[in-house]
Design a binder for this molecule. Sequence first.
Ligand code: GRF
Length: 187
Amino acid sequence: MVKKKTCVFISGKGSNLKNLISRSREKNFPINISLVISNNKNAYGINYAKKFRIPYVIINTKNQNYENKVFLNLKKYKISFICLAGFMKIISSGLIKNYKRKIINIHPSLLPKFKGLNTFSRILKNKEIKAGCTVHYVNEKLDSGSTITQKSFFIEDNDNELDLKKKTQKLEYSAFPEAIIKIFRNI
Ligand code: GRF
């Protein structure tokens, strides 16, 4: 099996990146993490790229030329698949057009509910029964592309935002790899 050369975009902690790197080392996992792009030079997740000797690139989205830098690097590393893992910027339409149905994102809510930021406080405020995560394709509209995998849990009475975050992230570590396996099983 030829593994798809994949780029993971991050902005922060990178725990999903860490998880994907470890899963991608399994013989039958369909992707290989060949590049990491961060829009934050201080993102902790860059340490995982360093540790596992994966090339990484820091971009500054305030710089007009940043999209060019992204494209050049995607080309340089022959990237055919992109995972957004905690990437806190909207992806440009140029990138979406060039990687149609080749970009996926993980979001900490049961989409289509609670698109955007601060999901956990809104989930609690709304007195939801369930929370969870969604892996979906990325299109031009924020958190709106079709769903690949969704995992949920029941919210307990005393759960606070941090509890929800922890429980959601735990599910993310199985949902993201499962979504990737599902995508490539169908191709
Ligand atoms: C995840 O909870 C994901 O749902 C959201 O951002 C968070 C990133 O966490 N999009 P990490 O950087 O992978 O630890």
